[in-house]
Design a protein around this ligand. Structure first.
Ligand code: ADP
Ligand code: MG
Length: 241
């Protein structure tokens, strides 16, 4: 589904250049649930932005669903994003003056779907996430967990092949974080690939594969069988205080 080959990315600041990604090779298959970990500033968001066609890279190749993503016009990038990708953010990114249903329906507005049809579909997706009674409520009337479920419904409505989530549980308490992860696992069972950035080991341990970014490279790739070891090594952190 996703293949990165020797991806490099630098940020230019005046005469200084910050080399953030120094040759990333990565393959993520359809239906995989992957987490990206790494210390603050290690390039997790940079990598996710490249995967999300929100930012360009300087060198290498990025193939998404068989297509080379390179030097795309903003118009093409937006079209491809809308067709293929769903986004979930730490801070939910709901539009404050639109109700839950309208927020969920938004991606379909950009696809030119009629209001009637997109609102009907939005209600279906809200229902799937147990939020139908909240359809007419504004974001500021919802709890953090409810807001994230609205955001998940919004990510799902355009039937993406891949969901990208930057710290989707970062603003939630532990219990709510686990609920959100359970929802993502259910979604993943339908064959949608999911890539989350997290710095929480217990959250990462719920995914199939953990990618550790370090000094601009992929430091560790912890896969399936090794996950048991990974969990063991962080068992102390997982224990309640
Ligand atoms: P992470 O998400 O792992 O915390 P980021 O990908 O956000 O890391 O950032 C990696 C490095 O690149 C950091 O040192 C950050 O300050 C820098 N950086 C990120 N975005 C930009 C930008 N738009 N311009 C300049 N520097 C940036
Ligand atoms: Mg980040």
């Amino acid at each position: 589904m996703i293949t990165l080959t020797n991806i490099h990315k630098s940020y230019q600041m005046g005469t200084n250049s910050l080399h953030v990604l120094k040759g990333i090779d990565l393959e993520i298959k359809q239906g995989e649930f992957v987490s990206i970990m790494g210390s603050s500033g290690s390039g997790k968001s940079t990598l996710l932005n490249i995967l999300g066609i929100l930012d360009n890279y300087d060198q290498g190749e990025y193939h998404l669903d068989g297509k080379l993503i390179q030097n795309m016009s903003e118009r093409n990038a937006a079209k491809y994003r809308n067709e293929t990708l769903g986004f979930i953010f730490q801070s939910f990114n709901l539009i404050s003056f639109k109700n839950a249903m309208e927020n969920v329906a938004l991606p379909l507005y950009y696809q030119g779907v009629s209001r009637r049809k997109r609102n009907a579909l939005a209600l279906e997706y809200l229902d799937k996430l147990g939020l139908k009674p909240w359809a007419e409520h504004m974001p500021n009337e919802l709890s953090g967990g409810q807001k994230q479920r609205v955001a998940i419904a919004r990510a799902l409505i355009s039937q993406p092949k891949v969901i990208l989530a930057d710290e989707p549980t970062g603003a939630l308490d532990t219990q709510t974080s686990y609920e959100v992860m359970d929802i993502l696992k259910e979604i993943n069972k339908d064959g949608i690939s999911i890539i989350i950035v997290t710095h929480e080991h217990d959250i990462a341990a719920m995914t199939d594969k953990i990618i550790k970014l370090k000094d601009g490279y992929i430091g560790d790739l912890i896969i399936n069988g090794d996950l048991a070891n990974f969990k063991k090594s962080y068992a102390k952190e997982l224990q309640p205080a």
